[in-house]
Write a protein of this length. Structure first.
Length: 113
């Protein structure tokens, strides 16, 4: 059974950092692009960052220069390093396997003073 399990969410003050992890089970990870989405209250789920099999990356405009997506194929894990966090980054963050179309359960990130 395929599973994507996120961890690393929490509460942080503006300007702080968090690192999200998404551990994947199954054999799809090495042949699939992975992405992080987020959904704030009352808003649609939106793409934050994506990483391809070769390591190519894409970032949404609101997080460019502050967030970094990476993957460790040996550990079947994708990461999202979030720096210089702002209150508007507050959301539930979801891991997503692009080709396989699997979602994780989500992890809450709250940025507040």
């Amino acid at each position: 059974q395929v599973q994507l399990e996120e961890s690393g969410g929490g509460s942080v003050q503006p300007g702080g950092s968090l690192r999200l992890s998404c551990a994947a089970s199954g054999t799809f990870f090495s042949i699939d692009s992975m992405a992080w989405y987020r959904q704030a209250p009352g808003k649609q789920r939106a793409l934050v960052a994506q990483i391809g099999i070769s390591g190519s990356t894409y970032y949404g405009d609101s997080v460019k220069g502050r967030f970094t997506i990476s993957r460790d194929t040996a550990k079947n894990t994708v990461y999202l390093q979030m720096d210089s966090l702002k209150p508007e980054d507050t959301a539930v963050y979801y891991c997503f396997a692009v080709g396989s179309r699997y979602w994780g359960q989500g992890t809450q990130v709250t940025v507040s003073s």
